[in-house]
Write a protein that binds this ligand. Sequence first.
Ligand code: ADP
Length: 491
Amino acid sequence: MAGQYILAFDQGTTSSRSILFNHAGDIVATAQQEFEQIFPQPGWVEHNAEEIWTSQRATAKAVLEKANATHADVAAIGITNQRETAVVWNRTTGKPIHNAIVWQCRRTTEICEALTAAGHSDTIRQKTGLVVDAYFTGTKIQWILDTVPGAREAAEKGDLCYGTIDAWLLYNLTGRHATDYSNASRTMLFNIHDLDWDEELLTLLKVPRAGLPEACPSSHTFGSTTVLGGEIPVASLIGDQQGALFGQAAFNPGESKNTYGTGCFLLSNTGTTAVTSENGLLTTIAWGVNDTVVYALEGSIFVGGAVIQWLRDALELIQSANETEALATAVEDNGGVYLVPAFTGLGAPWWDMRARGVITGLTRGASKAHIIRAALESIAYQSCDVLHTMEKDTGKAISRLKVDGGACANNFLMQFQADILDVPVERGQVLETTALGAAFLAGLAVGFWRDTSELEGIWQLDRAFVPNMSQDKRNQLLTEWNRAVNKAKSD
Ligand code: ADP
């Protein structure tokens, strides 16, 4: 077979990256380029879509150079991307008609409030698995069509294309206007049960169907590109969090992953069933592979590793996040100290946006190490609350937790996570799981890898953290944590 590598594009919120993987799933080379964050008003976030494309293309060229490779060494390209960000462009010229509106952007909050006030939340939730929120793509497209002069008429005539970043990159690479189910499921326009754009939602959000991409399975040959000097198939599109779940080889129902970054992102595979959460979690499409669509429950934690940044930057208790592991293990336990980092409210399962952070249980004996330990533990408790909510929603126990993201380097945190959850926590050798997921999906599509059981063999364990805490102790800690959470709540 032609090509000994898979080239993954990881188009993130602050940088574009290209990573070359070999057949063993090892990273051969990486290249990265940051791009501009545009803040036109408080709460608004944009990217220059052209710059997203040119930075992505530049890193692709750079990574081949670094590996001393050419297009002929690449069996396929897989794309994973920042989710929900909206791009609208002219079908003929290929030029964006407005900056991309980034997932973080709050400008469509009022549109969302109006949808909720008009009683559409249940319909939207039932069809899309999402809560009505400005995060998602649909209202961002609506805003561009309503704001750019002539855009709505052009959209109705079919002269515009719109979609998420995967669709924008694919269009630039191949000329085809398509997306995958995982990205489509974040738009608030896509019916995750019928696997099609939903007429009722398109009418509600005033988004003409003519400009939407064709929704396809995630692992699939979308087309081919010559931008790297010769033909290469583009064989996967996948949203970043779903990409990480696939890259963690979490192929079976109950398998879950947690990404410990600034915030935490938890996804749990629910198989071919789209489970509706009773507790405000999102239902999302994980991927479509081989005519099968797999769903996931998704929960996020607003303040994860960010609590460590706060210790460093606001309290100046530490100089670097790396110090926290030694400090936390220097004390026997948390000394009764609990820190609830509800800086911006509490998410699942509490949903109290007016909650604020607290530190409880302070005594004269409480030291810096106790507070640092409490901060690390708070990341694990919050993750535990979300995973328990997922278990409640699915009625099934989570079997093990795969982990990635910057803070998963902290061994204390990982062991405490295993202890408090009472499930093994597994850290893989490749921490670039998002890109690996895109590579796996592309490799499957072109026969570079045979099937998911081969991929399970490629996923290599770095370290497993096995639960080592009595049930009594666990219950006691969780009770104390819950008491602290109650103090953080607004009422
Ligand atoms: P993001 O992709 O959200 O920017 P990363 O995956 O790069 O985040 O992870 C960075 C986050 O992880 C930061 O919030 C940082 O405070 C935290 N972090 C990094 N290393 C450690 C560590 N050893 N212990 C605890 N937290 C850490």
